[in-house]
Design a protein around this ligand. Sequence first.
Ligand SMILES: [Ca+2]
Length: 267
Amino acid sequence: MKSTFSKLIIFASLQLCAQAGGNVATPPSCVEECPPGFEQVAGLPHCYKLMLALGPVSHDKAVVACGFEGGATLATFDTVGDQQTLRNHMWSHYGAAIAKDPAHLAELGFWTGYARQYGDSSNSFVNIYSGQTLDSEFFANGQPDNLLLGVWGEEACVVRKKFSKSVVKWANSDTGLDDYNCAFPHWAICMHRDVFALNMQAYNSVLMAGTGVNLPVGGSCRVDWVDQNVYILDMISAKREANGYADQAQQFAGIVNEIRSPTCPTL
Ligand SMILES: [Ca+2]
């Protein structure tokens, strides 16, 4: 492992400083990274990937396709207007490629991770991953309209339609969402939330808060597996020590040297 011993010495010094001076004044920070293939979008808090190679597909296929992207979801939104920010970013970057795809139609937009609440006739929609209700403010004026499409079934999925258009209704400059037939093809935009760091060999600035560990401000949040585990054990030990569990602190500190580097099996 990379200079573990020196890191431990540094950490020990930092811990002494932290304990002597209390919590650090400035919260730890570093630049979070997106998973491979995903990108950050200015104004949005998560990581996103337009499934350009997949092309427009039905809602169920879009959900599955995102699941295979490291457990991603279809895009969901925290704040009204997020759907338009995402649309503008993706169209400005990939609009030309979308427009020349032979499967593209002017009506096509991108699916969201929302669907009509099962058995509910009151036009309520939920986040299919969390069950959280979708605020009606996200919908375009007059939507959801619960349009019945005969043998094709009711409009049970939620889309931001008309990818190429900055508005979905020219008359009122509406940019909101629309309930839509789930079988209709739309593009898929997958999303990873910003808690990606937890299990991906990265710093966790929440866990590290107040431990005296210095993060590379402005640098990457990622570190290698071994150092990540050194950090975690160090943080756990420091938290135990600070809360009066000296024996447990010693236990965690004592296994730092037992961290092994993961190796890939040779075939
Ligand atoms: Ca509709």
